[in-house]
Design a protein around this ligand. Structure first.
Ligand SMILES: [Zn+2]
Ligand SMILES: [Zn+2]
Length: 446
């Protein structure tokens, strides 16, 4: 009897050590992994476009509800009233302690899958312009959702190891970068508790499954969409003296723009100005009235972004005025606020703390610091302009032999958004669940 009591005490002490907690996490992931792989394949076969995540959000909500979370669906108000909000907010309250928000995005892309796997997506749907398009989880948001489902279930089972309020969100319309803003506009931080920390993960198309990479500080750039209408005075192609040719103006404008980053901006502040689309005219012998240009601007710092917007307005007007365009035909520069995403800043101290916690879970050789990217996403909105400390890390998703072969041959692997992007489900999900669960336990531990 005495021995039995001693044994129980020993077990309790052992279980309370970090090593035992790690063992229990490993055992729980082992128990869940087969189910998670089949959940992933099911979600992969049923992708839905941004703003139309009806069934995906309902499934995600039902899963979290079944684990004991208090779940609210249809969170999200868009500027455009034709879109419904399919955001999901799930709460698990566990006494006094920090409030931590973790997010998964839930939407897919208009891409036709070319992977030869039995669970490949065959889904076709109509996009918002009524065209038929194929749909694929080509950015791996199905990996994120499944990792989050595993994390949610395990954290509910490990309630004795943490305290505070855990918020899990299903974030719609990430690909169109308006989903986070729509959730905030619908009271994400007023109807629900405002978090002390926010975290997210994203799969990586060039890192081996089993590894995590992270970037303290600026990790992704802000993205600003700008349209410029370069207006001229059209006429006959054989009579340029009677016109003001907007094709020439647009050409000068594109070249002059190149001096913003190279001559006006500090080389220590990364920035990109890309003209991705230029359209004007209908026929060889007609000088058109206008040319429309579509631009994207990428920066880390807000002041750099503002400087670039002001410069491109100035250059557009300067080019037009040098050509003698009358004031009432001066260029129109439109910044499309609904398509903007803020930069993503990983709080350095928090990020190092999370990286250390993840290292304990998956081995420090599998947790690697990575350089920042000029790509963008709207996770940054959730930090309210860097007011809430945030950490967003990358989840390796590719079969290691494919990564090796690509490094040897120099032939790049299919990127995110490619019809051939193909995560390796089991090790990726295992690492995703362990990493996010370890990160949450670190912030909320008793
Ligand atoms: Zn994505
Ligand atoms: Zn994407």
């Amino acid at each position: 009897m005495k021995n039995a009591r001693f044994f129980c005490l020993l077990l309790t002490v052992l279980f309370a050590t970090p090593a035992a907690a790690q063992q229990s996490l490993d055992a729980l992931v082992d128990r869940e992994i087969a189910q998670l792989v089949s959940t992933y394949k099911m979600l992969h076969g049923a992708p839905e476009l941004s703003h139309y995540e009806d069934k995906t959000s309902a499934y995600f909500a039902a899963q979290l509800r079944s684990f004991g979370y208090t779940v609210t669906e249809h969170v999200g108000k868009y500027d455009r009233p034709q879109f419904s909000g399919y955001g999901v907010v799930a709460l698990l309250k566990n006494g006094a302690g920090p409030t931590v928000l973790i997010r998964t995005d839930i939407d897919a892309l208009p891409v036709e899958e070319k992977n030869d796997v039995p669970y490949a997506s065959k889904v076709k749907t109509k996009n918002e312009s009524g065209q038929e398009v194929s749909v694929m989880h080509a950015c791996g948001h199905d990996i994120h959702m499944t990792s989050m489902i595993g994390t949610a279930k395990i954290l509910a089972a490990l309630k004795d190891q943490w305290r505070g309020t855990l918020i899990i969100i299903g974030h719609p319309a990430e690909e169109t970068v308006d989903g986070a803003r729509a959730m905030l506009a619908d009271g994400l931080y007023t109807r629900f508790p405002k978090p002390d920390f926010t975290m997210g993960l994203h799969d990586s198309a060039d890192v081996e499954a089993g590894k995590i990479t992270y970037t303290p500080g600026y990790a992704m750039a802000s993205s600003t969409s700008v349209d410029v209408i370069m207006r001229g005075l059209g006429g006959h192609g054989s009579k340029p003296e009677a016109t003001k040719d907007p094709v020439v103006l647009a050409s000068q404008f594109v070249l002059a723009l190149q001096t913003i980053v190279s001559r006006e901006n500090s080389p220590l502040d990364p920035a990109v100005v890309t003209v991705g689309s230029i359209h004007g005219g209908t026929k060889r012998n007609i000088i058109p009235d206008e040319v429309v240009l579509q631009l994207t601007i990428r920066t880390y710092k807000e002041e750099v972004r503002q400087h670039i917007i002001a410069s491109l307005e100035r250059i557009a007007k300067g080019v037009a005025s040098a050509a003698g365009i009358p004031e009432d035909r001066s260029p129109i520069v439109k910044v499309i606020e609904s398509e903007n995403a803020p930069s993503l800043y990983n709080d350095p101290q928090l990020t190092e703390r999370i990286a250390t916690a993840i290292s304990k879970g998956i081995g420090s050789e599998n947790v690697i610091k990575a350089p920042p990217l000029m790509a963008s996403e709207d996770f940054g909105h959730l930090s309210l302009d860097h007011q809430i400390p945030s950490c967003y890390f990358w989840l390796g998703a590719i079969e290691p032999s494919r990564v090796d072969a690509s490094k040897k041959s120099g032939k790049p692997l299919p990127s995110l958004h490619s019809s051939l992007f193909q995560p390796l489900p089991e090790p990726t999900l295992r690492t995703g669940v362990k990493a996010m669960t370890s990160a949450v336990l670190e912030l909320m531990k008793k």
